[in-house]
Design a binder for this molecule. Sequence first.
Ligand code: RP5
Length: 190
Amino acid sequence: MCFGLGEGETLKFDIDHEKHPMTQALIGVVMGSSSDWDTMQHAVQILQQFGIPHDARVVSAHRMPDDMFAYAESAAERGLQAIIAGAGGAAHLPGMLAAKTVVPVLGVPVQTKALSGVDSLHSIVQMPKGVPVATFAIGPAGAANAALFAVAMLANHDPALRQKLAAFRAEQTEAARAMTLPPVAPLGKA
Ligand code: RP5
């Protein structure tokens, strides 16, 4: 699956167009299985919302290890600024990608049936010293936050994108301020 800019769409932030053609992905989203898509699509939604060129695909650490290495080894030369990697269970994918590239890897633990994703979280977060994986919350919130983190990294070098991110935060603030609470339930019915 590949998401680039559509025809007529303009790039919404300043990048070196010599180095990064209009449709070149800046963020790679990978996952161990198509069964991770329900979770990982939340990352893609955020990237789409901010107009970040990206691609998304299945790259399984244990079912297609050679492809995983090829993906990681070519990540820097393809211009990827970060890789968002989601996996569940004995979740090797983010750590093994990080072992094969210096492009920052943002790990998303996918919720599992057996251990609710705590297995995935521990597998991803407990990287030994020297090869880091920035690890996010279990499930869709982690996927969305990984993408927001990637946006924030890109925004360091892009004032327009930074403004967009600030507006996104401001919108959330307003939504929280507008929250109201329901009346207290009568005694015995709570
Ligand atoms: C991992 O195994 C994937 O990331 C997925 O979360 C898990 C189960 O994969 P399927 O058996 O559903 O394909 O590699």
